[in-house]
Design a protein around this ligand. Structure first.
Ligand code: PNS
Length: 163
C-alpha cells in the first residue's frame, strides 16, 4: 500500500543527493512531504524560507511532493499531525548510521506508529553533504555538479551578500 511519508532534513542547501533520495522515496510512497527543519547542532547558511524556496524550485516538475517548514516543535509531533507514518532518511555512509539509529529510535519513542525508512542514494553522491558543498562554494569552488542550477544561483547570491 502506498502511503504518505515525510522526508525531513536541514537541506542547507538541497543537493542532488537529496533529490536522488527523494526520487527513491517517490517510488515507494504516494505522497512525500519534504520537511525543512533546524538542527540545533548546525549553523544554517540559508534561512528556512530560502531553503523552502530553493527546494520548491528543484521539485517543481515532480508530482506527489510538497515542501513544508517546521519552525518549532518535534518532528515526531509534526508526523503525527500530518498523518505520516514513515520518515525517510538518506544514509550515505556507515558513519551516518549511529546518529540515524539514535534519531529513529527516539522518534519511535515519541510516536510509536512511525517507522524510519533509510534509503541509500546513488553511490556517486556518497561524499556529497550540504556542509561540504557550503564550505567549497563559499570559498569560491565550483559546486555545479552537486546542486540544481537554481540552488547554485542562490549560493552565488549568498556568497556576494557575505563578501
Ligand atoms: O539534515 P539533518 O541536519 O541531518 O536533519 C536533522 C533533522 C532536522 C531531521 C533533526 O534535527 C530534526 O528532526 N529536527 C527537528 C526537531 C526534532 O524533532 N528533534 C529531535 C530529533 S530525534
Amino acid at each position: 500500500m502506498k502511503q504518505k511519508a515525510i522526508y525531513p532534513g536541514t537541506f542547507d542547501p538541497f543537493t542532488n543527493g537529496h533529490l536522488d533520495v527523494l526520487e527513491r522515496a517517490l517510488n515507494i510512497f504516494e505522497e512525500v512531504i519534504v520537511v525543512i527543519a533546524e538542527n540545533c547542532q548546525k549553523h544554517a547558511l540559508f534561512t528556512l524560507e530560502e531553503r523552502k524556496t530553493m527546494t520548491n524550485e528543484v521539485i517543481c516538475d515532480y508530482t506527489g511532493v510538497t515542501v513544508e517548514v517546521l519552525r518549532k516543535g518535534l518532528l515526531a509531533d509534526y508526523a503525527r499531525q500530518v498523518g505520516a507514518r514513515s520518515i525517510v532518511r538518506g544514509v550515505r555512509q556507515v558513519k551516518d548510521f549511529e546518529y540515524e539509529f539514535q534519531m529513529s529510535l527516539l522518534n519511535r519513542q515519541l510516536y510509536p506508529e512511525v517507522t524510519t525508512v533509510f534509503l541509500m542514494p546513488n553511490v556517486k553522491y556518497t561524499y556529497v553533504a550540504s556542509s561540504i558543498i557550503k564550505e567549497v562554494a563559499m570559498l569560491g569552488g565550483d559546486v555545479s555538479k552537486f546542486v540544481h542550477p537554481c540552488v547554485l544561483e542562490m549560493i552565488h547570491q549568498k556568497r556576494e551578500e557575505q563578501n
